[in-house]
Design a protein around this ligand. Structure first.
Ligand code: SF4
Ligand code: SF4
Ligand code: SF4
Ligand code: FES
Length: 948
């Protein structure tokens, strides 16, 4: 095993198509016009000494170490800032250059603290490397002269330190923060020897605008910015390329190891989704894998009020199987079911649904994607014929107009947000449709051209009003529609949206968005060039979630913004493998690959492959399972990697349903909230401990590679396999690659996918089959998957969740950058320094009316429940709207969300709840009781945990 060292070409690749040929040190090289001499030389394997250049940021030309000679030109130009030219003849190594470079290095070294042997970057320091590369043997100026200020080390960030005395003022960090991350948190303050890197207004990092993405740390050539883990553990000695297990961006990382200890996660430049960038979660928040709360031994108990009893794996598996068999014998085949996880791999998810269909003999399988993106599946399949986003992330680089609806990319999909911000800084226009003033509305060097701050629950009205403007003002791309879509359906739709009741003026009354904003945004989207739509859960988690997805698809088809780079309809998927868990057949009516159970030939193919009869009746969705549990007909459930108690709506209903079951089996890393109702706890493995694949928001299938042995003894797929075998449904996989081979054999979209191909290409986007052996970056290029694109009428129907005198405010929910979903992982990392509790955002007007001051405890009440949390007074929300996150079980905001859900898919309506907010003295009574209960549950488990 070796440490993977990626080549640093010194400057970014040129995107110019025209090629030029030059000669470097006597050898010809052909590169795109616009390439720097430094990069052209590196293409030949010639590394010109450099300090201020790195290929993640544009060249700067400050260190003067990379000088070269160019035939016919005077002087010694910097190779990082000098572009190549046809016929150019370059020399990189002459006596004059050697002398000059030594002189430069002497100046750097003369003012650098020479504590190399005890420096944390010893062996991984470009300054050291360059001293060697130029043959520096003495420093004529001595080491006693003036130096950089040494104000001490800033260790305020939990993950990295800043030690100004080691800074060579190369500005790589400043440029990384600007160009790669787009936060602009750093500047160089002062001049000459006094110049230092300054976070915000010379503040400690923790108090600055820094979002801890780590780009500056990665860019720093010295130990000035350094990971604390490197300082603690030392430099890594081998690395493994794997995929982040947090969000649907799917960033590729090198997990850098020393022995079996993870030293750091370093973003991989060859990662197609992230292109070498990261966010604070994937880069730093992996400490949960070693947290003392992690359960490593199986446990069972008779009743949920009993203490847990640690048992062997064999006993836990046999107990699970015999309980499931007992329940089915007593209550019938359909009395048990299971839930797959969007946190787990494709292979694990595939096995869970196989266990349920082939082992349980029913289709009672559902997934956490039910509560987030199921309307995406329905809406895009109906209109385009496939349940997935249309583009790759690179596509945004070709967009002229970006329309974001119900998504907050800088918090939810931060690495893609950085790529988006880069395009916006280059001049792309931005439209945001969101009740909140999310960061992208105005952030450094980015300002939305239109922000449509609609009332929660009125998405369909607003998107249909955008369509009204496009149709009535003659902005439809008729050629595209005639060629690519069903013309009759289009005409019907056009007549519908043209109705005056869908005009911006009429919709203003419903949505609160000024009509001229809707008109302006519609004109920009339709006429601004390549227009791309990105949307999130602010679209799907509504009673009309599927209708909004359809309305968005209508908009893209009507304007011809589909089927090429720069355009498209792109759901920003929440969890790391939401796309994959849906692809793998996690829904009760569909087999893997979105094939309905009623497709007899497909069902028969699965029956023959699996050697088991399969039920052709759709099974229960999660809410139906809970209802059936309360009715007494559903008694057992296998839940892999999903905290339904905390993440699903109407917590009281959920807990009552779980409590009514006779065997709840939870497979997870921690005693999550749902485990309070479990009879069997099977410890799960982290993404660092398993092999498999995740599929990100771009349909990109990427490898997850095991970097250490599972601390619990088994990878999650092995646990499912053991249950299946104990139930008498044989599974004999030796490695997840064999599961992928089965997926490929049974699923046409995955027919060309194999671990060998993924190893070879790095990743592929499905469909990947005979027609597209290397995958499909952009979909619907020559035609829609369903044939003709389908326009569907999108009648706005107001949600039944209404404000009134008792509940006058509308609550909407979301997440923030540093925490992840129910927080089971991120709450067990140092990320809590940024967000240790959920807060309720409330507009100053609403706060004043209620006598609420910033930081006060408030009681949040809806018709389903109440919870208390602290207030955060802000104008990010409009008057009449309040907002909170759902990361902390001590708040459990889903006690107030309702049972309303999307008409087509049952996706809960998390984004609209009528509430009241009143001052309170502190946590509610139930919260205090709950806190005690959770502590008790942890106490029972504590002796069983192998502490780190
Ligand atoms: S960690 Fe990221 S946001 Fe913070 S200063 Fe560095 S580059 Fe900027
Ligand atoms: S902190 Fe590092 S990257 Fe930034 S200017 Fe100093 S040496 Fe260069
Ligand atoms: S953007 Fe998402 S996938 Fe990338 S590092 Fe952050 S959490 Fe992980
Ligand atoms: S690397 Fe070219 S001037 Fe610094």
């Amino acid at each position: 095993m070796t440490l993977i060292q990626e080549i640093d070409y010194g400057t970014p690749a040129s995107k110019v198509e025209k090629m030029v040929t030059l000669t470097v040190d006597g050898t010809e090289v052909t590169v795109p016009e616009g390439t720097s001499i430094m990069r052209a030389a590196m293409e030949l394997g010639t590394q010109i000494p450099k300090l201020c250049a790195t290929d993640m940021v544009e060249s700067f030309g400050s260190c003067r170490l990379c000088l070269v000679e160019v035939e016919g030109r005077n002087g010694t130009p910097a190779s990082c800032t000098t572009p190549v030219a046809d016929g150019m003849v370059v020399k990189t190594q002459t006596d004059r250059l050697k002398r000059l470079r030594k002189g430069v290095m002497e100046l750097y070294i003369s003012e650098h603290p020479l504590d190399c042997l005890t420096c944390s970057a010893n062996g991984d320091c470009e300054l050291q490397d360059m001293a060697g590369a130029v043959g520096l043997r003495e420093v004529r100026y001595g080491y006693e002269g003036e130096r950089h200020p040494n104000p001490g080390i800033d260790a305020s960030n939990p993950y990295f330190t800043y030690e100004p005395s080691k800074c060579i003022v190369c500005s790589r960090c400043v440029r990384a923060c600007e160009e790669v991350q787009g936060t602009f948190a750093l500047t160089i303050a002062g001049r000459g020897f006094k110049s230092v890197v300054s976070p915000s207004m010379e503040q400690p990092f923790i108090d600055s605008e820094c979002v801890s993405c780590g780009a500056c740390v990665q860019a720093c050539p010295t130990a000035t910015l350094n990971e604390k883990s490197i300082i603690d553990i030392g430099t890594p000695e081998h690395s493994v390329v794997t995929t982040c297990a947090y969000c649907g961006v799917g960033c590729t990382f090198k997990a850098e190891m020393r022995g079996d200890e993870l030293v750091r996660m370093l973003p991989y430049k060859d990662g197609k989704a992230n292109r070498g960038h990261s966010c604070v979660k994937g880069r730093f928040a992996y400490g949960y894998a070693n947290h003392k709360d992690r359960i490593l031994n199986p446990m069972i108990r008779e009743k949920i009020t009993d203490p847990w009893r640690e048992v062997s794996w064999e006993e836990a598996i046999q107990h699970t199987a015999s309980e499931f068999k007992r329940i089915q014998a007593k209550y019938g085949k359909g009395s048990i079911g299971g839930i797959t996880s969007s946190r787990c791999t494709n292979e694990e998810t595939f096995l869970v649904q196989k266990l349920i269909r082939a082992g349980f003999g029913n289709n009672n399988v559902d997934t956490c994607a039910r509560v987030c993106h199921s309307p995406t599946g329905y809406g895009l399949k109906t209109t385009f014929g496939t349940s997935a986003g249309t583009q790759d992330f690179d596509s945004v680089e070709q967009s002229d107009v970006i329309l974001i609806i119900g998504a907050n990319p800088t918090d939810g999909h931060p690495v893609f947000a950085s790529r988006m911000k880069k395009r916006l800084r280059e001049g792309a226009k931005l439209i945001i449709v969101d009740p909140r003033r999310i960061d992208l509305v105005r952030s450094p060097h980015v300002q939305a051209d239109y922000h449509l701050p609609l009332k929660p629950g009125t998405n369909v009205a607003v998107v249909t009003a955008l369509a009204h403007v496009i149709v009535t003002e003659g902005l439809v791309d008729e050629k595209f529609v005639r060629e690519r879509c069903d013309w009759d359906e289009f005409q019907e739709w056009a007549a519908f949206v043209a109705d005056p009741r869908h005009s911006p003026e009429a919709v203003e009354k419903i949505s609160g968005v000024p009509a001229e904003l809707i008109r302006g945004a519609a004109r920009l989207y339709a006429t601004g060039g390549n227009s791309a739509i990105y949307y999130g859960l602010g679209v799907t988690e509504h009673s009309q979630g599927s209708t909004t997805v359809i309305a968005i698809a209508n908009l893209a088809m009507a304007t011809g913004n589909i089927g090429r780079e720069g355009v498209g309809v792109n759901p920003l998927r929440g969890q790391n493998n939401v796309q994959g868990s849906c692809d793998m057949g996690s829904f009760p009516h569909e087999l893997p690959g979105y094939r309905h159970l009623s497709e007899t030939a497909t069902l028969e193919m699965f029956e023959s492959f699996w050697g088991r009869p399969l039920d052709d009746e759709p099974g229960l969705r999660i809410p139906n399972m809970i209802d059936a549990a309360l009715d007494g007909s559903f008694k057992g459930i296998y839940i892999q990697g999903e905290d339904i108690l905390q993440s699903d709506p109407n917590t009281q209903h959920m807990s009552a349903g779980l409590a009514a079951m006779e065997c709840v089996v939870v497979q997870d890393l921690f005693l999550i909230e749902t485990a309070n109702y479990a009879h069997v706890f099977l410890p799960g493995s982290t993404f660092l401990e398993k092999n498999g694949t995740f599929t990100n928001a771009e349909r990109r299938i990427q490898m997850v590679r095991k970097v250490m042995a599972p601390k619990n003894g088994y990878e999650d797929w092995e646990i499912t396999q053991m249950i299946s075998n104990a139930l008498g449904c044989p599974m004999n996989y030796n490695h997840p690659s064999e599961i992928m081979d089965e997926i490929a054999a049974l699923t046409p979209k995955f027919a060309g996918v194999s671990y060998e191909k993924l190893d070879e290409l790095g990743s592929v986007q499905w469909p990947c089959n005979e027609q597209a052996p290397e995958g499909t970056p952009v979909m619907h290029v020559d035609g829609f998957v369903r044939g003709k694109g389908k326009f569907v009428i999108t009648e706005y129907v107001a949600t039944d969740e209404k404000t009134g005198p008792r509940f006058p405010l509308l609550l909407t929910t979301g997440r923030i950058l540093t925490q992840y979903n129910v927080g089971a992982q991120t709450r067990r990392t140092a990320n809590v320094v940024w967000h240790e509790e959920d807060r309720l955002e409330i507009h100053p007007f609403d706060a004043e009316q209620r006598g609420v001051r910033d930081g006060d405890w408030v009681k949040l009440t809806s018709r389903t429940g109440e919870t208390s949390l602290r207030a955060l007074i802000t104008e990010r929300v409009a008057p009449g709207v309040v907002y909170t996150t759902f990361h902390h079980p001590s708040t459990q905001v889903n006690v107030v969300t309702t049972e309303f859900s999307d008409w087509a898919t049952n996706c809960p309506e998390y984004k609209v709840t009528a509430v009241q907010v009143m001052p309170s003295n502190g946590p509610s009574e139930w919260q205090e009781e709950y806190e005690e209960l959770s502590k008790a549950a942890r106490r029972v488990a504590e002796p069983l945990v192998a502490a780190e």
